[in-house]
Design a protein around this ligand. Structure first.
Ligand SMILES: Nc1ncnc2c1ncn2[C@@H]1O[C@H](COP(=O)(O)OP(=O)(O)OP(=O)(O)O)[C@@H](O)[C@H]1O
Length: 250
């Protein structure tokens, strides 16, 4: 199995506090990894340090075998634009653009595909996420769930190798969360590697593997295997994960 991302001896400090301490982690191609831990345990710091949004203090981050921890800022921006997609708790869509224009923008910025191809990709993503009906709407005139679907489309417009998600359902109600997680599972089942930070056992139960951060280290991991959406198995996964989280003191 191919390794998409490998983290070697990663440490991250802010002034005099060590947030991450000698993290080693391999994420396989097509894997869905969830990162959990108490508030302040360093989950977002880990996500940002491995996705080039922030720099590790020491250690290496290898993307398909190439060290990206020390590339210059321009190269890192290009890697983020072309190889990585990002979804956060809030959609951060641009207010003066329509849903569709927000989605195609990173496609035009990347300058690797023709206008026609970018538009075709946008149409495919809008249909896949069920928001084609609001494509030309102002972002102030759609629901929170539709905004988050649009954020997922925008993250996928350049067909990234990895989708990084930081609390992607944190601002959504439970039925909208389920719909957004169904989309993320579909994207993953089509081959995109997903790395997601979440507080929620229900959301993390969609992942293949969950790691638990404590004291700046990976304290434990739980293998859940591929999610198949079947109701009974979903509740078994949540149950197994909740018991494991209880053991971690969560
Ligand atoms: N830019 C920064 N400067 C200084 N300290 C920071 C910075 N970013 C994060 N920290 C500190 O690093 C620690 C880990 O923060 P981080 O946001 O990664 O935790 P988290 O597990 O994602 O928390 P939460 O679940 O509350 O979002 C915290 O103590 C935080 O105060």
């Amino acid at each position: 199995m191919k390794t998409t991302l490998e983290v070697q001896n990663l440490c991250k400090s802010y002034e005099d506090s060590n947030v991450l301490n000698d993290i080693n982690l391999k994420v396989n191609e097509g894997e869905f990894l969830a990162i959990m831990g108490q508030s302040g345990s360093g989950k977002s710091t880990l996500l940002y340090s491995i996705s080039g949004m922030d720099r590790p203090t020491s250690g290496k981050v290898m993307l398909y075998g190439k060290d990206i921890s020390e590339v210059d800022d321009d190269k890192m921006s290009s890697i983020r634009l072309n190889k990585m997609g990002f979804v956060f708790q809030h959609s951060y869509l641009l207010k003066n653009l329509s849903i569709r224009d927000n989605i195609v923008l990173p496609g035009f910025k990347a300058r690797t595909k023709s206008r026609e191809e970018i538009n075709r990709n946008a149409d495919r993503l809008l249909a896949k996420t069920g928001i084609e009906g609001v494509a030309n709407h102002d972002i102030k005139k759609v629901s929170g769930g539709q905004l988050q679907r649009a954020a997922i489309c925008r993250a996928l417009i350049n067909q990234p190798d990895i989708l990084f998600c930081d609390e992607p359902t944190g601002a959504l109600n439970s039925s909208t969360s389920k719909e957004v997680m169904d989309i993320i599972n579909t994207v993953n089942s089509e081959g995109t590697t997903v790395i997601m930070v979440t507080h929620s056992a229900k959301v993390a139960s969609r992942a293949d593997r969950v790691i638990f951060l404590m004291d700046g280290k990976i304290h434990d991991e739980l293998i859940l295997g591929k999610y198949n959406g079947e109701e009974r198995r979903t509740s078994e996964r949540v149950q197994k994960l909740s018991e494991w989280l209880e053991k971690q003191g969560f």
